[in-house]
Ligand binder design. Sequence first.
Ligand code: OMP
Length: 280
Amino acid sequence: MQALVESARRRDSALVVGLDPVPTRLPPGLLEGREEHEAVLEFCRGILEAVSPYAAAVKVQLAYFERLGPEGMRAYAGLVREAGAAGLPVIADAKRGDIAETAAAYAEAHLRVYGAHCVTVNPYMGADAVLPFLEEARRLGRGGGVFVLVATSNPSAGAFQEASEPPASELAARLVAELGDMQNCGYPDAGAVVGVTRPEAGRRARRLLPRALFLAPGFGAQGGGVQGVRALLDGSGGGVLVSSSRAILYACGGRGDYRDAAAGAAREARDLLRAAGVRV
Ligand SMILES: O=C(O)c1cc(=O)[nH]c(=O)n1[C@@H]1O[C@H](COP(=O)(O)O)[C@@H](O)[C@H]1O
């Protein structure tokens, strides 16, 4: 968290750019004469370079790298390194959710071996699924942490996360509050994933987690906007990093240079968030 927050403050940006190299949406020219994993790496490198002036961090969606097998994981490793060299912390969007030693092995993989700063974690199995990630991040001392799924942005989220009493989202939020350790940056090392598409759930999550850092997806391609972000802000008007993937990655709509379009879309999103006073 420390690393993310410092980067966001240094760059005066609350924007996290998601790297989701959707196979059907890669620029066709990039695929010519290349293996798919090479095209994915080239695409993501271009995006990294284009958005690095505007983003606080990048979030790498593991699914798109795992599907490419060992070469995909090599690309993931390379991108984490390159983002680090550009001063951009990496959130591994792995949504892992196993327990104890198994969770510790996932934590070791993403935080130590691949070198991401933070990992997204599914809390369904309870504290045992979250704590090993925090322990690994604390051992490494690189200012990393976890983002626990609390109130996600997807259409069917409410039917599951708000159906019981107490709601699953509330249990997840309580876990975040219980497990996090406060960092020098003013946020605990356990943060929450709270979508901007569900402002009511977001407000409830904020009441339960007045001091936590929220990673807020659903901005842009899923229809969320600044209004949805406002519902998540903490008492001092901060505490939110907004993540956007497809609206930035595929901003060119198949025309012109994808990097220029991505840079323009990232700048616009950062400026929109700045103008709304969203910061950490
Ligand atoms: O953890 C996430 O990043 C995440 C949580 C959530 O509640 N909703 C959500 O869409 N995401 C991720 O955000 C990315 C999609 O972002 P957009 O392309 O901006 O809609 C995917 O990688 C999703 O897995």
